[in-house]
Write a protein that binds this ligand. Sequence first.
Ligand code: PEP
Ligand code: MG
Length: 576
Amino acid sequence: MSLWLSGIGVSRGFAIARIQKLHGGDLEAPEYTLEDDRVEPEIARFYSAVQRAREQLRQVRSQIPVGTPGDVGAFIDTHLLMMDDRSITEATVQLIRDQKLNAEAALRRSRDALTAVFEQMDDAYLRTRKDDVEHVCGRILRILLKSERQLPVKGDGPETGIIVADDITPADIILLAQQNVAAFVTEYGGPLSHTAILARSLGIPAIVGLRDARKLLRDSEWAIVDGELGHLIADPDPDTIAAYRAKQAAQAAYRAGLVKLKGEPAISHDGVRCHLLANIEMAADAAEATANGAEGVGLYRTEFLYMNRKSLPTEEEQYDAYASIVSVVKGPITIRTLDLGADKQVDSGRSQGPTPNNPALGLRAIRLCLKEPELFRTQVRALLRASRHGHMQIMLPMISSLQEFRQALALIDDVRDGLLREGHTLAQDVPVGAMIEVPAAAIAAPILARQARFFSIGTNDLIQYTLAIDRVDDEVNYLYDPLHPAVLRLIQMTIDAGVQAGIPVAMCGEMAGDPKYTRLLLGLGLTEFSMHPANVLEIKRIIRDAPVNDLRRRVRRLMVSTDIQEMQELIAGLDA
Ligand code: PEP
Ligand code: MG
C-alpha cells in the first residue's frame, strides 16, 4: 500500500526511483579517561584524524566538475577553514590534555559548546552555520571511530536512487551528485539548509525536514519525490507512477524547448526588446551565466571575496579577481561594491564591535564603506584598474539619500584621479549607479536619478524594509509579499523616475527571476531583469510570448485600483 509523506519541497523536479538510505547518522562516541602516558599519543591521533578529514575535503573539492555553480565549492572551502578553527581543534586538544579525555569525547564536547552558541543566534542564516560545525566535527569523529560513511555507488540504471538520510554534508552531496542521484530527502533542515541550497544549485529534486523518514521508509522500495510540493510517495500505485511519469516527460520537454531559446533575443511578442542578465557571486558562475544565454551580469556580489578568510583581500587580490571576471563576461557587468553587514556577516580580520540590535538597519553596505573609507578605497582602486578589461559598471548598495550617493561618488572620483596620476590605464567611462532597495531611495528616485547613471531594484531588501520584516527571520516569513501594493508602487515609482531621467532601470532581486512575476514586471515597464543564471531561459520564454504593450495598459489600471480584491484579480488575469 502506498504511503504519502510530507516535508518541505526545496528543489523543484520529480524523481521516480528506489530508496537508498544513508546509514550511520547518529555516532556513538565512547568516553573514557586516559592514562597519563596516553595523553600525547591521543592528541597525535586527533591531529592525524583532522589531517585525514582535510585531505578528504580537498579531494572532493578537486572533483567538482568544471561549470558547477560557484557556491557548491564555497561550502567545501568553509569546511576546510573550519578545520583550522581554534574553537574546534585547540579546544579539543585542551580537553584531551587537561581532562585526560579520549579524543572522541573531547571533540564531541567542543562541538556541543560551539553549536549551543549558534543555536542561540537570532539570525536564521547564522543558525544554519551550526550545520557546518556538525558536519565538520562529524567527519573527524567518523575517522576517529573508523566508521566512515559508505556512499552508494552507481546502480544498474542511469541513476542511483533517492537518497534518504538524517542530514547530508555538502561534500557527500557533491559526491552523490556525480553518481546521478535521483533526489535527496533529509529528516532535518529547512529552506536555508545546505542540502536545500546545494540541491537547487545542482538541479536535483529535494525534500528536507521529513521527520522519521529513515524509520518510515524501506531500503530499495520504489518511491516518488515531488520536490515542488514536498511530497514523497512510497510504494506508489501504477496510476500515480503513470501520472508522475507524464509530469516528468512534460518537464523534460519544457526544458528541452527552453534550451533552444539560448541564442534567441529576449524580444516580446509585440517587439519590445528586453535584456536578461545574471546574478553571480564568483568567477565560476560567469560560465554558467553564459551557458544559460545571459547577455551579461546585472549583479556581481563581491562579498564572497571577503568571506571565509582571516584577513581582508588586498588590492592586488581583488584586482586579479575582478580583471578575470570582467574579461570572461561577454557583455556588460555590473559590480556591486561591498554589501557587508546584516545577513552578510564576515570578519576578514576586521575588528568588530558588539552586535547591533538591528543589524539590517545598522552599519551595512555603503554606510559601512563610507565609515571605513580605506576598505572602500581599496575595493574601488581594484575595480577601476580592472575596468579596462571589459564593460564595467559600479553599483552602490543600500543607498538611502542623495548625500550618501554623492559622497561615494566623490570618493570614487578621487580614487580615479589618484590612479590616473599613478599612470594606470582605466576604462574611459565607468558608470556608477544606485541599488534601489530602501523605500527612501525609491520615493526619492527622481532626485537620485539626476546623479545616478542607472538604477537596479533590489527587491529582496526593498520588500524587507518596506514591510518591516527581517528577511532571514522564519517567524515573519509569511508576511514577505512581493505583490503588496506598497512594494508594487515603489517599483513603479523607481521605473518611472528612471524613464523620466533617461537612465536604465534593472531589477536584480529574486523577484526578477521568478516566473510568477514576469508579466506583471513587464507591465510595470521593466525591461532589464537580472537573476540566478538557471532562471534566464524560463524568463526569456515568458517574455517572448508576452504582449508587453497590452500588459502595460492592464497594469496601469491595476495600479490605480484601491480595491485589493480587484487588484488581486487583475494580477491573476495577467497570465491569461
Ligand atoms: C536585493 O536586496 O534584492 C539584492 C539583490 O541584494 P542582496 O540579496 O544581496 O541583499
Ligand atoms: Mg540587497
